[in-house]
Design a protein around this ligand. Structure first.
Ligand code: HEM
Length: 446
């Protein structure tokens, strides 16, 4: 006989409001009290299930037929059928069409391009240092990562100006999709969306269509088909066994413009902020970067020897996971471990609180890259910054390569300092966002 999932004390509505008001704190409280899972009843709708045990998280993520995506239709998202939203046969088809664009030489190219873009950003930040100007670190990292993503995935760098606009669109979109006290899930049932959000989605669609049109025109002009993601999508369009939904290619382009930069930009911002709080670690990253990269532009070849920098980035993804939770919905009543999950339950699989659980990580709230030298492989399940199962992150290798090289390249040349409390308050939207802009002062490193 399977058991019902235990419920936290207190009325469901009160817990629902607690979650809606301060989701991260609520998750940590539930995590401390329930080792496997907790169910929060919500009046008038199926319950909210918070899965706190790593084994159950992986079990749920391995079974997308029972624990599916939160349906995107009718929610006003800029893309409804991209790889982050699709399921079943469409998802399978799209993942296999695009997968070759995320492995092998593409990872090398991504790393090299990240190194070049990081050099350009380092130059720009160097000027800011000379002029004593403060910069918005998150904005700078957005520009870096979206330009790399667009060049590698779509075959063209969208440029500085468009990158800056995109940052604004993302602000509007994440504001709209933030968890709110009126809903227990991310507020992705907006009854009316803000003008800024509507404009952001319109502009994202327009930019994506422009990029696709340019590429179609280039191919029609006899241009060489590339091996990037957009080329693969266009090449598969006429294949007999491939069937796209309406606006499929545009949906993928928007999806990847967002998924391909947002979490990496946040993770870079948090890594640099953590290093600002720990100057001794920053000195060690710099020493490594100078020994491995020397005066060169960072490139993929350097990656293997940046062992300490990799640990720093890994630790950032633990303590400040840009993807702070994965959301699912039970498609019917389903077993999970010894428990029974009710039909329609909203499921939260939270990296944020599991990564901070003392059962799995010693001294969990301390930023300590050296923990990754002594970790046993057996406890690795509690660490899942890129998800797990069939929907695990397709861009993981890109993110790890690009971010490690960017951190090394920036820290080699610059002291980037942010307010000490930058990593103390977050906005839990679809991703873990900083509470406002991240002002940074920059000095050239001696
Ligand atoms: C530090 C950076 C990144 C983090 C923390 C991250 C995290 C994640 C997580 C947790 C998932 C699983 C979501 C789920 O199961 O619902 C995911 C999926 C995905 N990620 Fe990433 N990601 C990162 C970078 C990237 C990059 C660079 C790209 C693209 C170039 C990308 C594209 C995607 C896509 C398309 C999916 C959906 C995959 C599928 O369902 O088949 N991500 N990511």
């Amino acid at each position: 006989m399977r058991r019902d999932i235990p419920q936290p004390p207190g009325a469901g509505v009160v817990n629902g409001i607690r979650f809606g008001t301060d989701p991260l704190r609520f998750l940590e409280t539930v995590q401390a009290r329930f080792p496997d899972a907790a169910e929060v009843p919500i009046p008038g709708r199926p319950p909210l299930v918070i899965v706190t045990g790593p084994d159950l998280v992986h079990e749920a993520l391995d079974w997308p037929e029972a624990f599916g995506r939160v349906p995107a239709s009718g929610l006003g998202l800029p893309a409804e059928n991209g790889l982050v939203q699709s399921e079943g046969d469409l998802w399978k088809q799209q993942r296999s069409v695009m997968l070759p664009a995320f492995v092998g030489q593409q990872v090398v190219d991504y790393g090299d391009t990240a190194g070049q873009q990081c050099r350009a950003v380092a130059d720009e930040l160097g000027h800011a240092a000379d002029e004593g100007r403060t910069v918005d670190l998150h904005r700078q990292m957005t520009a870096l990562t979206i330009r790399v993503a667009s060049e590698i995935l779509l075959g063209e760098d969208i440029g500085q100006e468009r990158a800056a606009e995109f940052h604004g669109w993302m602000d509007a979109a994440t504001e709209e999709l933030a968890i709110s006290p009126t809903g227990v899930l991310p507020d992705w049932m907006p009854t009316s969306s803000s003008a800024a959000y509507d404009e952001a989605t319109t502009e994202m669609k327009r930019l994506s269509e422009e990029i696709i049109d340019r590429r179609r025109a280039a191919v029609a002009d006899g241009g060489e088909p590339g091996s990037d993601m957009l080329s693969l999508l266009l090449a598969a369009e006429g294949a007999p066994d491939v069937e796209y939904e309406e606006n499929q290619i545009r949906d993928e382009v928007i999806t990847f413009l967002i998924a391909g930069h947002e979490t990496t930009a946040l993770s870079l911002t948090y890594t640099l902020a953590a290093l600002s709080n720990h100057p001794e670690m920053r000195a060690r990253v710099r020493e490594e970067a100078r020994a491995v990269i020397g005066d060169e532009t960072p490139r993929y070849d350097h990656l293997e020897d940046l062992t300490y920098t990799k640990r720093v980035f890994r630790e950032t993804l633990r303590l400040y996971p840009a993807a702070w939770a994965i959301f699912r919905e039970a498609t019917g009543e389903a077993p999970l471990g010894d428990y029974r999950v009710k039909d329609g339950s909203a499921m939260i699989l939270p990296q944020y609180s599991i990564h901070r659980d003392g059962r799995y990580f010693d001294d969990p709230l301390t930023f300590d890259p050296s923990r990754w030298t002594r970790r046993s492989a057996g406890s690795a399940d509690a660490y899942f910054p890129f998800g797990s199962g069939p929907h695990a992150c397709i861009g993981r290798q890109f993110a790890l390569a690009g971010a490690t090289l960017s951190v090394a390249g920036l820290v080699r040349d610059l002291d980037i300092d942010v307010p000490a409390d930058t990593l103390e308050g977050f906005q839990a939207s679809i991703t873990l966002r900083p509470d406002g802009s991240v002002p940074a002062t920059v000095e050239r490193a001696g």
